[in-house]
Design a protein around this ligand. Structure first.
Ligand code: PGA
Ligand code: ZN
Length: 424
């Protein structure tokens, strides 16, 4: 039974304040969760409450969200069973009373929702992935390692936000992480040898100044080969274009020119012809439904098309996408929707309609590793948590190493489960 809910303002990986919540149960269990934060946020995301007080943290303080936990949410949840996750989450939604969680703040709400789940797991003496996923949780996700950063996550002219590698050919998560990390180091050498910057972007990937997006893909292919792996067979490529960021007034400003959705679709088709791409996220803007529908008809059989800003982990927007055949996969970010139950609803809807799901961190992260457990609990088979470097990114991958070890012979790496169509 929930006895007390505490909260405090802590820092995230970009040095911005975020919410940390602690839930205490009457049996002495104490569990903690911290909330991530995006930079290329979608218009339709649940609202992250910031103080707007310019005298503290440039207005980015979260004292109001902390107060919402202490003054309103805590008293409302006292006496509720921690295992009643859906009741807890419904109470949070009702107490907030707005469709976008803007009154209490999705950051306040999510912190509580996750901390309650962790407390319930601890109290039952179960690891979080087992508590949430039950006895069948055994699939380790393919890590989509973001090794080259552009867009809103870097100070360069590279339009595409994330260039990821997916070690689909590995036998285990542990092996996939080693392969990907070797390629990360190989990329550093290649960049150095070409006199390019090895400075890092927000998600730990390198952020060199390159003349265009294909150059990034070409350099990554060289890095994969130099590390001794075969592109496409061992390691696939994946992108998060985050196209909403460069969309405005009916056009996409891409590689220095204004482009229509049609032109971008042509560009992506050529990319899929030329590179071993397994997944493209947000190739078009968050409200460009017509473009998404055309793109999905054109490329949906050949490559995974992931809706991030398009769906914002919102079951209602996902349902619209499924009905209209836009995208074929869901990006899952707990703080876009704000409660664990709604997150699980979105994944369940995707799965039941043949859409894949990719668990995801945010560009602003903390040491919290909940999404690693969530990836195994839901069995989605894919996770993106940035580069295999920087502790806030690596914390999630390290947790997956532990989970794989715990599962021992029962563990199954998702390589060919997640990407069966791309078997060479
Ligand atoms: P964000 O970026 O966390 O800055 O929104 C991640 C993404 O777009 O997937
Ligand atoms: Zn994205």
């Amino acid at each position: 039974v929930i006895e007390q809910v505490g909260a405090r303002e802590i820092l995230d990986s970009r040095g911005n304040p975020t919410v940390e919540v602690e839930v205490a149960l009457d049996d002495g269990t104490l569990a903690r969760a911290a909330v991530p934060s995006g930079a290329s946020t979608g218009e339709h995301e649940a609202v992250e409450l910031r103080d707007g007080d310019p005298t503290r943290y440039n207005g980015k303080g979260v004292e109001r969200a902390v107060a919402a936990v202490l003054d309103e949410i805590g008293p409302d949840l006292a006496g509720v069973e921690a295992v009643d996750q859906r009741i807890v989450d419904q109470k949070l939604v009702d107490l907030d009373g707005t469709p976008d969680k803007s009154r209490l703040g999705a950051n306040a709400i999510l912190g509580v929702s996750l901390a309650v789940a962790k407390a319930a797991a601890d109290s039952a003496d179960l690891e979080l992935f087992r508590y949430l996923g039950g006895p069948n949780a055994h699939v380790l996700p393919v890590p989509m390692l973001n090794i080259l950063n552009g867009g809103a996550h870097a100070d360069t002219e590279v339009d595409i936000q994330e260039f990821m590698i997916a070690p689909i050919g590995a036998e285990s998560f542990r092996e996939s992480l080693r392969w990907g990390t070797e390629v990360y180091h190989s990329l550093k050498s290649v960049l150095k040898s070409r006199g390019l910057s090895t400075g890092l972007g927000d998600e730990g990937g390198f952020a060199p100044s390159l003349s265009n997006n294909r150059e990034a893909l070409d350099i990554i292919l060289v890095a994969i080969e130099k590390a001794g792996y075969v592109p496409g067979r061992d390691i696939g490529l994946a992108l998060d274009v985050a196209a909403t960021e460069f969309y405005g007034d009916g056009a996409y400003t891409f590689e220095g020119a204004k482009k229509s959705a049609e032109q971008l679709i042509g560009y992506y088709t050529k990319l899929v012809d030329d590179y071993p791409l397994v997944s493209i996220e947000d190739p078009l803007g968050e409200d460009d439904w017509d473009g998404w529908i055309r793109l999905t008809a054109e490329l949906g059989e050949r490559v995974q098309l992931v809706g991030d800003d398009l769906f914002v982990t919102n079951p209602d927007r996902l349902e619209e996408g499924i009905t209209r055949r836009a995208a074929n996969a869901l990006l899952v970010k707990v703080n876009q929707i704000g409660t664990l139950s709604e997150t699980l609803d979105a994944v369940a809807l995707a799965t039941s309609c043949g859409y894949k799901s990719m668990m995801s961190h945010r560009s602003g992260e903390t040491e919290d590793t909940t999404i690693a457990d969530l990836a195994v609990a839901t069995g989605v088979g894919q996770i993106k948590s940035g580069a295999p470097a920087r502790s806030e990114r690596v914390a999630k991958y390290n947790q997956l190493l532990r989970i794989e070890e715990t599962l021992a012979d029962a563990a199954r790496y998702a390589g060919d489960l997640a990407f069966p169509r791309f078997d060479p």
